[in-house]
Design a protein around this ligand. Structure first.
Ligand code: NDP
Ligand code: MG
Length: 391
């Protein structure tokens, strides 16, 4: 039995993982969540977990009461989440949303567990640090993001030296066909509907702005150590081809599947084996066609910002992600408009670029957290100005 911990168990990725783990073959070690304490308690009992942790100290008492007499240990707070990630386990799946996932990722690999990583922010903020920590500890990192899992699978048995390019696909999100001039007035509700994937609110809005794809390009760069100019983004409205790898002989290996995260999660949970998974099988004849198009940079400025992040390297990923998280909060709170998000992030990157200490050899956890904090403050300042200017 594989001993597995689940971070962010109550989220969209977490629930899909709970579904797969509940089908058998695993021993649940630690489950973590946030405000949804009722569901976390239910999951812990359902899976027979040893420990349940909420990242919010104020939710501790409710979790304790709900799990009283069940034999499940209870803890709360960000440090307790990182400690949960370090509990002896074969595999830790990180489905936390945002930069809050970084410390638990580091804790898991330091403890030597295989890290199944849905939390792309860990790699965007601190890719070199996370990968070096994993290497030192002899821990394996497995991608759970669907595109990266697809690339990982296409690379089985291949030499990286034979890889010419990696192509990750994007649905184009909720506004793929909106007139550009309408985008500034898009609401959070409109942005939070995805044509194909059923995901958490934040990543769905990030899909509409393609900040999600921007994060994924950086994630691919950090995880596979591929230079930026060899990573391409392709709009593919059907979300059936998740990624393609192009080789030096002109061949391309594509990964196809239904848009169901249980495939990528299941692949990581069972790796290095393939197990039967409860996902829909593709009927290509019924689908009939697969469309592809190049993304329009005017519609998706986040993609250009990702190029700047990779060119700058060092702590710019942490800056980019933190500014994006703050801008997304602002958009969800209706303080700024949809198209303001990219402008805010660009402005913060510009101001942070003049800071010293943004280079690679300075990458310690403290520096990453400090860059993250500074970028959030600058983003809030910039948003304040934007909302004042627009009244
Ligand atoms: P959700 O918002 O659905 O879930 C997030 C989880 O993290 C919840 O369990 C939540 O708890 C918990 N959480 C929230 N804030 C914190 C915090 N500060 N510290 C620790 N835990 C916290 O997100 P998703 O499942 O959509 O996404 C999770 C990650 O996976 C993201 O990095 C996303 O980019 C990535 N991903 C997601 C995909 C998807 O299909 N959803 C696809 C590919 C990647 P609670 O809800 O109880 O408050
Ligand atoms: Mg993805």
């Amino acid at each position: 039995m594989k001993r597995v911990s689940l971070l962010g168990a109550t989220g969209s990725i977490g629930e899909s993982a709970v579904d797969l783990i509940g089908r058998g073959g695993f021993q649940a070690v630690a489950l973590t969540g946030g405000r949804n304490v009722a569901r976390l308690a239910e999951q812990a009992v359902e899976l027979g977990a040893e420990l349940a942790v909420t990242c919010f100290p104020e939710c501790y008492e409710e979790l304790r009461q709900r799990l009283e007499g069940t034999g499940v240990d209870v803890a709360a707070g960000a440090d307790a989440v990182a400690q949960a990630a370090a509990q002896p386990a074969d595999l830790v799946l990180n489905g936390i949303v945002g930069a809050a996932g970084l410390q638990p990722s580091l804790a898991a690999v330091r403890a030597g567990a295989t890290l199944a990583l849905a939390n792309k922010e860990s790699l965007v903020c601190a890719g070199p640090l996370l990968m070096a920590t994993a290497r030192e500890a002899g821990a394996q990192v497995l991608p759970v993001d669907s595109e990266h899992s697809a690339v990982f699978q296409a690379l089985v048995g291949e030499e990286m030296s034979a890889v010419e390019r990696v192509v990750i696909t994007a649905s184009g999100g909720a506004f793929r066909e909106w007139p550009l001039e309408k985008l500034a007035r898009a609401t959070p509700e409109q942005a939070a509907t995805h044509p194909n994937w059923d995901m958490g609110q934040r990543i769905t809005i990030d899909s509409a702005s393609m900040f999600n794809k921007a994060l994924e390009v950086i994630e691919a760069h950090e995880f596979f150590a591929i230079p930026p100019e060899r990573i391409e983004v392709l709009i593919h409205p059907q979300s059936t081809v998740h990624a393609l790898v192009g080789f030096c002989d002109g061949a391309m290996m594509a990964h196809l599947g239904a848009p169901d995260m249980r495939h990528a999660i299941g692949y990581a949970l069972h790796w290095p084996e393939r197990a039967e998974l409860p996902v829909a099988r593709l009927d290509l004849a019924a689908l009939g066609r697969l469309d592809f198009a190049a993304p329009d940079p005017a519609r998706y400025p986040a993609l250009l910002l990702a190029q700047e992040v990779m060119a700058a390297g060092g702590l710019m990923g942490a800056v980019f992600n933190a500014a994006k998280e703050a801008a997304l909060d602002g958009f969800i709170a209706r303080s700024i408009g949809f198209t303001d998000m990219a402008r805010i992030v660009e402005a913060v990157m510009g101001r942070m670029a003049s800071q010293t200490g943004l280079n690679n050899d300075m990458m310690t956890l403290d520096n990453v957290l400090q860059a993250d904090q500074m970028a959030r403050e600058l983003a809030r300042e910039a948003m304040q100005k934007t909302s004042e200017a627009t009244g």
